[in-house]
Design a protein around this ligand. Structure first.
Ligand code: ASP
Ligand code: MG
Length: 405
C-alpha cells in the first residue's frame, strides 16, 4: 500500500462540479489500495478577493489579521471536498493547518513551515480515512493562524508528503505539466516529460507559475518526487526529479518570463564598503526579496545601483528606502514597474558556452534593449521593457530550437 499526497489548485476546485471531479481522482487512488491525503487551495479567485478586501482597509495592514482573512478560502474548500467525498461513501475529514498542527515561523503572510506533528494525522490515515488538508496555512509561535505566501498550498503539499514519507506528491493544476515556455504565449511550446528540481526552480522563480518556488526548494531538499498534472485530462504530466534521473540534458530546456518584478534605481550612492549592506539590510529586515542587482560606478566616488523587487513589494521598498535616505545618502530614487524579466534555462549550460551570446543576438535582432543582465550556472536573465516580453519569449523559443514542429 502506498501513501499518496494529491494537491488540487484553485481552478481544480473552482465550483461544485469540479470538486466532484476531484472526488473521482481521489477515489481512483483509494480503489488502487492507496492511503490518500489531499491538500486543497481556495477556489479560483477567492484568495485574490480576500487580499483585495484587506487592502481596501489598509495597504500596510497588520499581517496577523491579513492571515486571518486570507486563510479562510482554503477552509471552505477543505470542508466542501470532505463533504463531497462522504457523499460518495468515502470516509473523509477536513484538517485546518492549526489542527494538525503545521507549525510555522512567525513571519505572517510569508511564513515558513518548521514542523508538522504528524502522529495523530498519520494514525487517522491508517484507519482508511481520507485527510483533506487546507493548504497555505499553519500555526505560528504566537498560536495564531499564519499563511505561507501566495501559491503556498504547493508547499503545504510537499511538506506533508515529506512528513508522511509519501510515495508520490501529485500536484493537480489546470495545465498538463511543465512546458518549454508559457503555451498561452507560444503556441509551439512543448510539454516536458521530466525536468530537474533546479531547472524547475528557475522556471518557477522567473514566472512559469506552475509551482510555488518554495515548494520546489523543499522537494529538492527533502527528495520528494513531484508530478505536475492536469485535473482536466488524463495526461501523465511532468515529473520533477533530481538531475541524475535526466539522461538527455538539453542545452536550453525552457524560456521563462515574469512581469512580477519592478525596477528600482538609486542614483549617486557613495562608492565605499558597506553601502550595499546598508541598502539591502533594511529591505531584508522588511522581508522584501531583491532579485537582480547591478551596480555601475561613475568614477566620482559615486555609483548607481539598480535592482528588482516583487511588484507588490514596490511600495514598501520605496517607503523603507526613503526613510533611510539620510543615512544612505543617495541622490535620487527612481522606480519602474513596467519591466519584464525573460530567462533561458537549462542544466546543459553548465558544460556549454555561447548560450548568452545566442540570447543577446536574438534580442538584438528584434531591436529589444536589455536593461539588466544576471546569470547563474543554469540560467541567463535579462530585464527589458514590459511591452516586449512576448516578442522576446517568441524569439528565444525559436532561437534555441524549442518550437514544436
Ligand atoms: N490560495 C492561495 C493563493 O492563491 C494559496 C494557493 O493557492 O496555493 O495564493
Ligand atoms: Mg498555485
Amino acid at each position: 500500500m502506498a501513501r499518496i499526497v494529491q494537491k488540487f489548485g484553485g481552478t481544480s476546485v473552482a465550483d461544485i462540479p469540479r470538486i466532484e471531479n476531484v472526488v473521482a481522482k481521489v477515489k481512483r487512488e483509494i480503489d488502487a489500495g492507496n492511503q490518500v491525503a489531499v491538500v486543497v487551495s481556495a477556489m479560483a479567485g477567492v484568495t485574490n478577493h480576500l487580499v483585495d478586501l484587506t487592502r481596501q482597509i489598509d495597504k500596510l495592514h497588520d499581517a496577523r489579521e491579513y492571515d486571518v482573512v486570507v486563510a479562510t478560502g482554503e477552509q471552505v474548500t477543505s470542508g466542501l471536498l470532505a463533504l463531497a467525498l462522504q457523499k460518495q461513501g468515502i470516509k473523509a475529514r477536513s484538517w485546518q493547518g492549526w489542527q494538525i498542527p503545521i507549525r510555522t515561523d512567525g513571519v505572517h503572510g510569508k511564513a515558513r513551515i518548521e514542523a508538522i506533528e504528524i502522529a495523530e494525522f498519520s494514525r487517522r490515515m491508517d484507519t482508511g480515512e481520507v485527510a483533506v488538508v487546507s493548504g497555505f496555512q499553519g500555526l505560528g509561535p504566537d498560536q495564531r493562524v499564519t499563511t505561507l505566501g501566495r501559491g503556498g498550498s504547493d508547499t503545504s503539499a510537499v511538506a506533508l508528503a515529506a512528513a508522511l514519507q509519501a510515495d508520490r506528491c501529485d500536484i493537480y493544476t489546470d495545465v498538463d505539466g511543465v512546458y518549454t515556455t508559457d503555451p498561452r504565449i507560444v503556441a509551439k511550446a512543448r510539454k516536458l516529460d521530466k525536468i530537474s528540481y533546479e531547472e524547475m526552480l528557475e522556471m518557477a522563480s522567473v514566472g512559469a507559475k506552475v509551482l510555488q518556488i518554495r515548494s520546489v526548494e523543499l522537494a529538492m531538499k527533502l527528495g520528494v518526487r513531484l508530478r505536475v498534472l492536469s485535473s482536466f485530462s488524463e495526461d501523465p504530466g511532468t515529473l520533477v526529479v533530481g538531475e541524475e534521473e535526466i539522461v538527455e540534458k538539453e542545452l536550453v530546456s525552457g524560456i521563462a518570463y515574469s512581469r512580477d518584478e519592478a525596477k528600482i534605481t538609486l542614483t549617486l550612492v557613495a562608492d565605499r564598503p558597506g553601502v550595499a549592506a546598508a541598502i539591502f539590510g533594511p529591505l531584508a529586515d522588511a522581508a522584501i526579496n531583491v532579485d537582480m542587482i547591478v551596480q555601475n560606478a561613475s568614477g566620482q566616488g559615486r555609483t548607481d545601483l539598480t535592482f528588482t523587487v516583487i511588484k507588490s513589494d514596490l511600495e514598501r521598498a520605496v517607503q523603507v528606502l526613503t526613510q533611510k535616505k539620510p543615512e544612505l545618502g543617495f541622490d535620487d530614487l527612481l522606480f519602474d514597474p513596467n519591466v519584464a524579466k525573460v530567462s533561458v534555462i537549462g542544466v546543459g549550460m553548465r558544460s556549454h558556452s555561447g548560450v548568452a551570446l545566442g540570447m543577446f543576438r536574438a534580442l538584438a535582432d528584434k531591436g529589444i534593449n536589455i536593461q539588466v543582465i544576471s546569470t547563474s550556472e543554469i540560467k541567463i536573465s535579462v530585464l527589458i521593457a514590459e511591452e516586449y516580453a512576448e516578442l522576446a519569449v517568441h524569439a528565444l523559443h525559436a532561437a534555441y530550437g524549442l518550437d514544436a514542429d
